[in-house]
Design a protein around this ligand. Structure first.
Ligand code: F6R
Length: 617
């Protein structure tokens, strides 16, 4: 939540423009206010306001700063402390307007620190927790005037989570970056320009060489160089390994699509093909760990949790052992008295930064040191990777739209690939059978391509047909409950409709009482072992007047004949394909949500009140 961008350079660059583009690429992290500070002739020039970046840019010309200024910091905010107003927007400054700070995270002890600073005469303007930091640094600089030491001592007093970038009017080429729990990456064009940002796409047009800051590390950025220190051992610089990022910049641009969400749905086939190439060694390692485990948990948040539900189903089929799925925010509360020794915890996160997940796995390791964390994430070097014993990186590439789309299908695919490794190791299926499952998995990109090619008009027709409806059920049985929940989440977040994604059988124990003439119910109906029973559930809703829209395979007959509208997924109606239907059926629901957002004038890339990376509890 919140995006930070900064750069220091010795080149003649339009730094205001670069900073503006940088925070636009981070807008998925929060978009209720933004600001830019530029250092110029021993002064800090600040522009900031509430609203989305583009609106503010029209008013304030955020890209226009003196052409020979060399240091800039920028921020896009998702409000935590204090509403989204101009005063609460970042950057925040000290009493003398010499020190500027942009922050992502939450300072837990800000009330005590604020009272202490106020008693020393510091005057605060905003309601934010962040504002204490420039004042703390200002106070520390009264002691010996050294910026780095003042920052280190300020940080030692702060409790909580922070990615911070700091500049000072009298330090013409310096940015100081610090992190604990909130991500911060340093990008470098050797000898010319050094960047810092909450996420790599922000500086991807300029460099793919970067350093990933660890907790309690501080980086001193100068134009084209950087030094790293530990906050608790800050006298001597430390060595850090430079990383080269393979992502292409095209992946972080809209490339002719109206929205990132649409582009990322269309990228699903290529994301799946890349993920299919994950090394079989790492898949096999996960498979061996799961085979030797007695107690297995799978945990995640939001969309990643629904990928976990689908993946748990697929893995269990081949593993023959129970896997408990627990939302990461509930993990500790539910297992505080029972997490077993040697438990295996599969942690899934697109960003690798979801704080509730990090806290869950950290707690598990502390409570049961013999527990093993095996993680699936999309982001190399993200926080979850530091807390994991084994990692698999999905190959979705950068996802900018706030609603997760292509990352979901790659997460389910990764779990499916692990499941097939388990099948090979256990030898309970014949080799030819396992190959049929592999063939079905390999066919998923093409099925999605075919679907996207032929069904856009149908999806738009359904959206128009349902235009007046505010409430929906998405119902399913078995593995498709994950699809119902994930499809429902998409429509909720981007089109602001209320959807209950639910078990079709369980829905008669209460929810069915909502159904009246014309109430829309979307049934997810691949031809698996639940199909016949699902027909019974469908009839219960149809006979009460429900409008039935079904997702079925191409040659489906029975459910088609009972439905008002069908969306047909071009895949064979066999068990090999049906078990992977969470991958092939979800694009239909993602597209439905996308066009519903447009129909109701919502920006699908920036759902109300959301941020993509949730780094607060
Ligand atoms: C929904 C969505 C969120 C995330 C959730 C977990 O479209 O994007 O529900 O799935 O915040 O995020 P990660 O996967 O980054 O841990």
């Amino acid at each position: 939540m919140c995006g930070i961008f900064g750069l220091t350079t010795n080149q003649n660059k339009p730094i205001g423009k670069i900073a503006l583009e940088g925070i636009k690429r981070l807008e998925y992290r929060g978009y209720d206010s933004c600001g830019i500070v530029c250092q110029y002739e021993s002064q800090l020039l600040v522009k900031k306001d509430a609203g989305k970046i583009e609106e503010i840019n029209k008013r304030l010309k955020l890209d226009e700063f003196p052409s020979d200024s060399k240091v800039v910091l920028a921020h896009t905010r998702w409000a935590t402390h204090g509403p989204p107003t101009k005063i609460n927007s970042h950057p925040h400054l000290d009493c003398n307007n010499k020190i500027a700070v942009v922050h992502n995270g939450i300072l837990e002890n800000f009330i005590e620190l604020k009272e202490e600073l106020q008693s020393k005469g510091h005057v605060f303007k905003s309601e934010t927790d962040t504002e204490i930091i420039p004042h703390l640094i200002e106070e520390n600089m009264k002691t010996n005037g050294d910026l780095k030491e003042a920052v280190v001592n300020a940080i030692k007093k702060c409790k909580g989570a922070y990615g911070l970038a700091i500049c000072h009017a009298d330090y013409p080429d310096t940015i100081i970056a610090v992190r604990r729990e909130s991500p911060l990456i340093v990008g470098i064009e050797e000898g010319e320009t050094t960047y810092c940002a909450s996420d790599i796409p922000a500086f991807l047009p300029y460099t793919r060489n970067c350093y990933i800051l660890e907790d309690d590390e501080i980086a001193i950025l100068k134009a084209g160089t950087v030094e790293f220190y530990d906050i608790y051992n800050s006298d001597f610089p430390k060595e850090k390994q430079i990383q080269h990022i393979e992502w292409s910049i095209d992946a972080a641009e809209k490339g002719g699509y109206e929205h990132f969400m649409l582009k990322e749905i269309y990228e699903e086939p290529s994301a799946l093909r890349r993920t299919m190439k994950i090394s079989s060694d790492s898949l096999k390692k996960f498979a061996e760990i799961l085979l030797s485990a007695e107690n297995i948990y799978i945990t995640a948040a939001g969309t990643s949790f629904y990928a976990a539900l689908a993946g748990k189903f697929i893995i269990t089929k081949f593993l023959g052992k129970y896997i408990e799925a627990i939302e990461c925010s509930e993990f500790k509360t539910q297992l505080i008295n029972s997490l077993e020794k040697n438990a295996i915890i599969i942690a899934i996160s697109q960003s690798g930064e979801t704080i509730d997940l990090i806290e869950a796995v950290r707690w598990a390791k502390k409570y049961q040191p013999s527990a093993r964390i095996i993680s699936i994430t999309n982001i190399v070097g993200s926080s979850i990777t530091r807390h994991s014993d084994n990692i698999i990186i999905t190959q979705a590439g950068p996802e900018i739209g706030v609603a997760a789309t292509k990352t979901y299908v790659t997460q389910v695919l990764t779990l499916a690939l692990i499941a097939l490794e388990i099948a090979k190791l256990r030898k309970i299926e014949k080799e030819e059978e396992i190959q049929k499952y592999y063939d079905a998995l390999r066919a998923t990109p093409e099925i999605i391509e075919n679907f996207l090619e032929k069904n856009i008009e149908l999806i738009k027709f359904i959206v128009r047909n349902l235009e007046k409806n505010l409430n929906f059920f998405f119902l399913a049985r078995g593995i498709s409950i994950a699809t119902a929940k994930e499809g429902g989440l998409k429509l909720k977040e981007v089109a602001c409709r209320f959807i209950e994604g639910y078990s079709a059988a369980h829905a008669k124990h209460g929810p069915i009482s909502l159904v009246r003439e014309g109430y829309p119910i979307i049934f997810i109906a691949p031809p698996d072992e639940t199909y016949e029973r699902l027909i019974g559930n469908l009839m219960e809703f149809k006979s009460r007047g429900g409008k039935i829209i079904s997702l079925v395979v191409e040659d489906d007959i029975k459910i088609t004949n009972l439905s008002d509208i069908t969306i047909r997924i071009p895949q064979p109606g066999d068990m090999y394909h049906s078990i992977f239907s969470p991958i092939t059926f979800i694009p239909a629901l993602q597209l439905l949500s996308y066009y519903a957002a447009l129909e109701h004038n919502f920006d699908p890339d920036k759902p109300l009140n959301l941020a993509k990376t949730v780094t607060v509890h």
